[in-house]
Design a protein around this ligand. Structure first.
Ligand SMILES: [Zn+2]
Length: 89
């Protein structure tokens, strides 16, 4: 799990995601399934904590150590787009 402070944090992970192009499946708002490089899926959960921080959780090993993984970056790009759509709707 990591706290999302800004998009700069995601740059490397986004670059990796663009290269690997994982499949992102929408589960419900804030919850996504992202395909792993060795098959299977990781679950990514994006939420806002009570103190206003945006937190991102992924079930992969890297995220367990607090790293920004490309699964999270992939899910976040979808999540941010959806969140924007909600605000303007
Ligand atoms: Zn991950």
């Amino acid at each position: 799990m990591f706290i999302l402070k800004g998009i700069e944090q995601l740059e490397k992970a986004i670059a990796k995601a663009k290269k690997l192009r994982p499949r992102v499946e929408f589960d419900h708002f804030g919850r996504y399934r992202v395909s792993g490089s060795k098959g299977g899926y990781y679950t990514v959960i994006c939420k806002k904590s009570d103190n206003g921080y945006k937190t991102v959780e992924c079930t992969c090993k890297g995220a367990e150590k607090g790293l920004v993984c490309y699964h999270a970056a992939s899910a976040l790009s979808l999540h941010i787009g959806l969140a924007r759509g909600r605000q303007t709707a």
